[in-house]
Design a protein around this ligand. Structure first.
Ligand code: NDP
Ligand code: MG
Length: 382
């Protein structure tokens, strides 16, 4: 029986993690969970999974929850609560499915306490990959990828040696606006941007997919998880999302991982690695039914956010902290209808241009730059 603690239980990855746990009740037990503000869902999860620890974002929600909790359930809130969930002493594995750089400190604390981590929370790796990976190496902690592209690469790497990799090829569906020109992006609505062709995901990552920033964040995530230079990471548009990513080796051989677009596959693989569990009811890949798979070169002028991510990644240091914070802040403003879709990229570009890179920033510097970037963006909007 593997004991699981789960950060971000009410999100898209969080709820699909709960599906995986439900499908294997004798193998997995949820012992701690965190939510943000959705305490109604948290109540249902507590009734179903009987965890011993629950954390919510706000103090007032913790007070409300405490009043009607069954005995034996500890309720906490804020960053302290997230850290407690991340480091729960009985957990065999932490699933980090929280959204944004708020996941950084809990991730670092979980590494310090020696937890294996299934990591979906890519913003944590983008904002401070050097600190996270250094801590994981020092503590001998495994970071198992949940992001489908990184899980694909991780699966294709089994039995292989890193030294034989020539390049990684990360596939991109293209997001909601893949068939539009830049001119056709003027005035697009939040609703249109949220209409992803292949995947049903949280709002922020769906906007990131439409702007192609998601792929940019994934390039940086791959750089850290697989210790690969940016020159050896390619992105390839593949509209069907059947090949989840590939590795090209020096001998020209290419290994790919394929499957129907279903995040429960990479989530479950991270939970069962190096084993695989059955999924008797899940839809199987039927290539004859699909018939054709398409591939296109990425256009870095059309998808400026992807270019920004490569540039920030190559500059390194605090540049990716700015990239991530500017993107989080700008996407939140777009979702609130306060800025246009194209303004997201303009704000990120400005934030990057105005930043003097600091190499090897420590945690305090990262926090300060993250806050300063968000503040600057809110001031630009007024
Ligand atoms: P969602 O927006 O669906 O869920 C986010 C979760 O984090 C919710 O449980 C939310 O709580 C919680 N949360 C948000 N802000 C805070 C905060 N400040 N403090 C505490 N909890 C908070 O996101 P996704 O599930 O889509 O994505 C989660 C992560 O996984 C992201 O990093 C994303 O990039 C990555 N990912 C997602 C994929 C997907 O298919 N969705 C695929 C690959 C990676 P609440 O809702 O209760 O407020
Ligand atoms: Mg992905």
């Amino acid at each position: 029986m593997k004991k699981i603690s789960l950060m971000g239980a009410t999100g898209s990855i969080g709820t699909q993690t709960l599906d995986v746990i439900r499908e294997h009740p004798h193998d997995f037990k949820l012992i701690a969970l965190s939510v943000g503000r959705n305490i109604n869902e948290a109540r249902k999860m507590i009734a179903e999974f009987t965890p011993s620890l629950v954390s919510v974002q706000r103090k007032e929600d913790a007070e409300t929850l405490k009043s009607d909790m069954p005995a034996g359930v500890k309720v906490m809130y804020g960053e302290e609560g997230l850290i407690e969930v991340a480091c729960h002493q009985d957990a065999d594995i932490l699933v980090n499915a929280v959204l944004g750089s708020v996941g950084l400190n809990p991730t670092l604390q979980a590494i310090e306490s020696g937890k294996t981590i299934a990591i979906a929370n890519k913003e944590t790796l983008v904002t401070a990959g050097h600190i996270v990976m250094e801590a994981a190496r020092r503590k001998g902690v495994s970071l198992l990828p949940v992001d489908s592209e990184h899980s694909a690469i991780f699966q294709a790497l089994q039995g292989e040696q890193d030294k034989n990799i020539e390049k990684l090829i990360i596939t991109a569906s293209g997001g909601s606006f893949r068939d539009r020109t830049r001119e056709e992006l003027v005035g697009v609505t939040v609703k249109e941007a949220l209409n992803h062709p292949n995947w049903s995901m949280g709002a922020k990552i769906t906007i990131d997919s439409a702007s192609m920033m998601n792929k940019g964040l994934e390039v940086i995530e791959a750089h850290w998880l697989f210790n690969i230079p940016y020159d050896k990471i390619d992105v390839l548009q593949h509209r069907e999302s059947i090949i989840h990513s590939m590795i090209q080796f020096h001998d020209t051989s290419v290994m790919a991982q394929l499957g129907t677009p279903d995040m429960r596959v990479p989530i479950q693989y991270a939970l069962t690695y190096p084993d695989r569990f059955e999924r008797p009811r899940a839809k199987r890949l039927d290539l004859a039914e699909i018939g054709l798979l398409h591939f296109e070169k990425m256009d870095m002028d059309r998808f400026r956010c992807l270019r920004f991510a490569y540039e920030a990644g190559r500059m390194g240091g605090s540049m990716t902290t700015v990239l991530n914070a500017a993107n989080e802040a700008a996407v939140a403003l777009f979702l609130e209808d306060k800025i246009s879709f194209l303004a997201i990229e303009d704000m990120i570009e400005r934030a990057l241009n105005e930043h003097e890179v600091i190499q090897n920033p420590d945690l305090d510097t990262i926090r300060e730059i993250d806050e300063r970037t968000r503040l600057a963006i809110s001031q630009w909007v007024g």
